[in-house]
Design a protein around this ligand. Structure first.
Ligand code: GLN
Ligand code: ZN
Length: 758
């Protein structure tokens, strides 16, 4: 039995690529040095896989920023605004990724979107009417040859034609139809080139096939591959799918002359059923995705061995594979010194997953798999108690009743009570929570973490910053204040650190986009709150001002979505546990005089299932209740806010309303206020604060543009319901732009207030 890895992480176990690239951006590293770092990483990653006996290793899974962007460049899909800059290839590439502002001109970056149901972001390629698609680049061939020089035969991993067409944006009048012939030509040329290099296999990644497909989609897929494969000659094409099952096109895929087909048995809940029902062509190789590429738990060999045995009845040739690229898990457990062995032995990051593949290969190659040492050892782990349970927490979840999810009285009633309670002006102004994380703020946290300063010194500094922040907001004239979040590194990691049941890592970075990596906490056991987390800082902040200061929490769905979840209990149970812990915090804040509490759900939409038919049954039906659970017990006069980082919630607007908050703030500045129109159409009752300016950009918005945005909003939203705030937290910005931006925001709100009350 052979083994395959769909793709490997590329930023480096110690984020070497990130640091080199950022140094290159700052002109502290030459292009050649950056190329050398990249080549060394590629070699290291290939050799690591080789060492573990992986038979199908990918090349071209490396990227300086993103693989979809690589594909766009490979196919000449470079919009003119970048060509005009006349940069060299690498700088043009980075200009597309990050935008360019400099002596050669000005060009906005391509849009960035979440890669299917992951927290990885890809760049959205743009095709203009005059874009000519053809094989323009050499990256896959160069990296294939580079691996070969290291003595490693690889399969080149390339985003497939169908997924590429589905993800890109047509900026002119042309549509996918108009580019089919050229796309076929380009991909056929890729195969031709690999044939000339005498490469064996080429992997086309087609995750778009696991989504809901229309008839037209299926025709498009078939047309593309009929064309591409008609010129494949000796090339063996692996059609690689992941993130779900391909129930909409299973027979069409099987009918095509692919040499191998990669199916996901981890997230594809119908994959096994499809194979059993429709069979698997005997001339093809099944790349069975059995090692979870998205989560960090050890593989249960009993499950995998049984699955492979069952598949053996339907498929002649099986290769063991990861379920998706290992890009979505951290590199290695080796660098985690603070996690005890007793926990570690249950975990598998990318390197450990390679070991699992090699062990499974041995287990399944001859003899009775269940008597192999590796199998027995693995089962010992799964049969031993995990020591992660908390009977009180479990009882609390199972004792929940319908009433726990309902807040009384209903919104209309509360709105009146709260208007009387707070007496805020029309169009109240506020911010989303964090204030600039200056170097000294970061240094304070890291000095404390490294034991360089005492807890007292650490908190004294934070209190000083809070006092400054409150004074600043009063001076600027905001109506509802925040404490500034100076104690938080990250809105999820912070709660992970303070709740029981999480494991925190040191070096377990996962690429989020480009050079940005995140370190998701691991949910090890039942979640509970040992003691108040945010209450002291909140009380202190409130003591400094007569204006209301918002308590600031992260919601259960976001905490869950940005962590590695357990697999031994349901996501729903886990979300409810977190919700109960956060609810204790909410009630403590309220008991201590905090009258407005914001519970952020920045990532609510992120894990929305890829297929619409699963949206409610698999996700929203517990995610929304989990959120409601958090605030269902507060007093009518306590005002609950939530914040979301995106405005793409038109299609789940009823569910958002169902969260039953009093105020929701969200990103809107970049979306041309489309969402505001939706709010009007569906008669949204929750008060809303669509962001009036984009905090992702260092630009300072003028009073007049903020006023203009507000007037547009007022065309669609009753004035009693509108709040005025930026798009998101200010932590990534500097004070230099934050202060004048907020000043302008307050002036704009005041002027609009005056003109509408006339
Ligand atoms: N309250 C958080 C902040 O302001 C929200 C962050 C987010 O939406 N990602 O930083
Ligand atoms: Zn946000």
């Amino acid at each position: 039995m052979k083994t395959s890895v769909i793709g490997y992480p590329r930023v480096g176990a110690l984020r070497e690529l990130k640091f080199a690239t950022e140094q290159y951006f700052r002109n502290n590293l030459t292009k050649e040095e950056l190329y050398t770092t990249a080549a060394n990483l590629r070699e290291r990653h290939w050799k690591e896989q080789k060492k573990n006996g992986i038979d199908f290793i990918s090349s071209n899974d490396f990227s300086f920023y993103d693989n979809v962007l690589d594909t766009a460049v490979l196919l000449n899909a470079v919009p003119n605004r970048y060509r005009r800059l006349e940069l060299d290839a690498l700088d043009e590439y980075f200009a597309m990724a990050r935008g360019y502002q400099g002596e050669k001109g000005d060009a906005k970056a391509l849009a960035m979107k979440k890669w299917f149901n992951t927290n990885y972001h890809y760049l959205v390629p743009e095709i203009d009417d005059d874009t000519e698609i053809f094989l323009a680049g050499t990256k896959p061939f160069a990296e294939y040859m580079e691996a070969k020089k290291c003595g490693i035969e690889t399969k080149s991993a390339i985003i497939g034609a169908f997924t590429f067409l589905k993800l890109l944006k047509f900026t002119g009048r042309k549509t996918a139809e108009d580019f089919i012939a050229d796309i076929i030509r380009a991909y056929a040329d890729i195969l031709k080139k690999f044939n000339a290099l005498k490469a064996g296999w080429v992997q086309f990644d087609e995750p778009a096939l696991v989504q809901d497909l229309s008839k037209e989609d299926i025709v498009l897929f078939s047309t593309l591959y009929a064309g591409i494969l008609s010129e494949k000659n000796d090339a063996k094409v692996l059609l690689q799918t992941y993130f779900g099952d391909i129930r909409d096109c299973y027979s069409e895929v099987m009918a095509m002359p692919f040499a191998g087909i990669g199916l996901d048995f981890v997230e594809g809940k119908n994959t096994l059923e499809l194979v059993k029902r429709f069979g698997f062509p005997e001339e093809k190789t099944l790349f069975a995705g059995v090692i979870n590429g998205k989560n960090i738990w050890r593989n249960n060999y009993a499950t995998t061995v049984s699955l492979i045995e069952e598949l053996g009845r339907y498929c002649r040739n099986i290769v063991l594979s990861t379920s998706c690229s290992l890009l979505h898990v951290p590199y290695t457990l080796k660098n985690e010194s603070s996690i005890a062995h007793e926990y570690k032995k249950h975990l598998a990051f990318a390197e450990e997953k390679l070991i699992e593949l090699s062990e499974l290969k041995r287990i399944l190659s001859g003899g009775d798999p269940r008597r192999t040492a590796e199998y027995i050892e693995d089962q010992r782990l799964f049969n031993a108690p995990r020591n992660c349970e908390n009977a009180n927490v479990q009882a609390a979840v199972s004792n929940l009743s319908k009433d726990d999810f309902i807040r009384y009285p209903d919104f209309e009633e509360r709105e009146k009570i709260q208007k009387a309670e707070f007496k805020l002006p029309l169009l109240p102004t506020t911010t989303i929570g964090s204030f600039p994380q200056t170097a000294e703020v970061k240094a304070n946290r890291s000095n404390y973490k490294r034991g360089k300063i005492t807890f007292e010194e650490y908190t004294a500094f934070n209190r000083e910053k809070i006092a400054e922040c409150i004074a600043l907001q009063e001076k600027v004239g905001l109506d509802v204040l925040v404490h500034g979040e100076f104690e938080r590194n990250d809105m999820v990691e912070y709660f992970g650190e303070h709740l029981e049941g999480f494991l925190l890592t040191e070096k377990a970075w996962v690429q989020s986009y480009g050079t940005r990596c995140v370190k998701p906490p691991i949910i090890w056991g039942d979640i509970s709150r040992a003691k108040p987390i945010t209450v002291e800082y909140s009380i202190y902040a409130q003591s400094l001002t007569a204006k209301p200061v918002k308590g600031m929490l992260t919601g259960p769905v976001t905490i869950l979505n940005w962590s590695f979840p357990r697999e031994d209990i349901s996501l729903k149970d886990c979300a409810f546990q977190i919700a109960l812990a956060i609810r204790e915090e909410v009630l403590d804040l309220e008991a201590n005089g905090i009258k407005i509490i914001q519970i952020d759900e920045a990532a609510l939409r992120e894990k929305l299932p890829l297929r619409k038919s699963d949206w409610h049954s698999e996700y929203l039906d517990w995610a929304i209740p989990a959120f409601r659970l958090v605030h269902s017990r507060v007093k009518p006069e306590t005002q609950i806010h939530t914040h979301m980082c995106y405005s793409e919630f038109t299609d789940i607007i009823k569910d958002i309303e169902n969260m039953d908050v009093d105020v929701i703030t969200f990103e809107a500045a970049r979306s041309d206020l489309g969402i505001v129109e939706t709010l009007r159409q569906c008669d949204f009752k929750t008060e809303v604060g669509p962001g009036v300016y984009d905090i992702h950009s260092p630009r300072i918005p003028s009073v007049s543009e903020i006023k203009e945005a507000l007037f547009k909003m007022l065309d669609r939203i009753p004035k009693e319901k509108l709040w005025v705030n930026p798009d998101c937290g200010l932590k990534t910005r500097g004070n230099a732009e934050t202060i004048p931006s907020l000043e302008n925001l307050v002036v704009a709100a005041k002027e609009v207030r005056e003109s509408i009350s006339l």
